[in-house]
Design a protein around this ligand. Sequence first.
Ligand SMILES: Nc1ncnc2c1ncn2[C@@H]1O[C@H](COP(=O)(O)OP(=O)(O)OP(=O)(O)O)[C@@H](O)[C@H]1O
Ligand SMILES: CC(=O)N[C@H]1[C@@H]2OC[C@@H](O2)[C@@H](O)[C@@H]1O[C@H](C)C(=O)O
Length: 377
Amino acid sequence: MKGKMAKGAEAPVWALGAMSGTSLDGVDAAMVLTDGHSVQEFGPSAYRPYSAAEKSVLRAALGKWPGEPGVAEAAEVVETAHAELLSRFSGVDVVGFHGQTLAHDPAGRGTHQAGNGTLLAQVLGLPVVWDFRSSDVALGGQGAPLAPFFHFALAKHIGATEPLAFLNLGGVGNLTWVDPNQPAPEVEGALLAFDTGPANAPMNDLMRARLGKDCDEGGQLAAKGRVKKAVLDRFLQHPYFFKVPPKSLDRNDFVALVQAVKPLSTEMALATLTAAAAAAVVKGAEHFPQEISRLLVTGGGRHNATLMRHLSRQLRATVEPVEAAGLDGDMLEAQAFAFLAVRVMRGMATSCPSTTGVPAAVGGGQISRPDAAADQG
Ligand SMILES: Nc1ncnc2c1ncn2[C@@H]1O[C@H](COP(=O)(O)OP(=O)(O)OP(=O)(O)O)[C@@H](O)[C@H]1O
Ligand SMILES: CC(=O)N[C@H]1[C@@H]2OC[C@@H](O2)[C@@H](O)[C@@H]1O[C@H](C)C(=O)O
């Protein structure tokens, strides 16, 4: 490897991570200086929204697997958007490229992130770590969530001294309980992580279908509606909530909820979907091995005041955006894949039994170098 990587296996390097999340809004990219254990410094970040035309290509490919109609087109959208965005950065040693999840069925067909890292490595002239989830799934894990190893490093970075949790409110929600007093993320008792349930995806889909808008800005419409309790109660009977973590979800796993709010007014439907997203988190928190006093919220859903209000009212912990701890909630997942890329390059684990349910701590990801074929990380 070129650049700072060659200085020594333990020297920190500048990694550029890119995340195209389940909300399908665009690509986040952010740089992190890291040795794969801790964060030395946060670097620049940028966002590249998908155009309306690109979004519809991606949406048409949701739920599809490689080789199926529409998937190649979606991959091209993902690759083009990433090439455009990532080529704006300089001083990068390694890229962590998540791609766009189109389908996720860890117990069945596997997990599918669109976008080819080998192509991106050639275009950018940089080593690219990608396909982070497949090997975890192949070994019997959920393949998600993967941000927890980064959450562990963040808990240390912010100087936490007692267990806390990170909540990501993206298209889907995910929770990570962290004990920052443990020496490493893969140590038993350091982490417990899992997807909570639907977060913004059903709200966004409803807003688009009814009002042609991207999201319920600030949760304002939800705040005007009444929660349809019968729908919420039925939602909470979903078998997912009775599964012991680790566990993960696909974007469109809660079809019954989406169907159930269809007859409701827009305000009432949004109120109910917002309450459901919060209730799923509250249910999730019941699995924590030890109580927490602080819940740090990342992802776009932290801007939804109605959702945040539900969480604050129903959880005993202080609920606050990650900015309260000096972190960047818009870029945290992109930073996570920068961090994980360095771990993959260095043969370190990226998941373990308590984060994905994989039988032992494993490192995922393929590494593509600009001038060579992909090899397994
Ligand atoms: N001001 C806001 N008010 C309400 N909701 C918002 C606001 N800003 C962002 N959001 C919601 O957050 C979403 C984007 O969140 P984020 O970028 O964290 O998701 P993602 O990375 O695509 O998803 P995931 O974490 O599931 O992969 C938007 O689609 C929207 O639903
Ligand atoms: C399969 C997949 O892409 N899952 C995403 C999705 O978005 C949120 C939640 O569902 C989480 O499991 C994961 O992303 C985050 C970044 C993760 O792996 O930690």
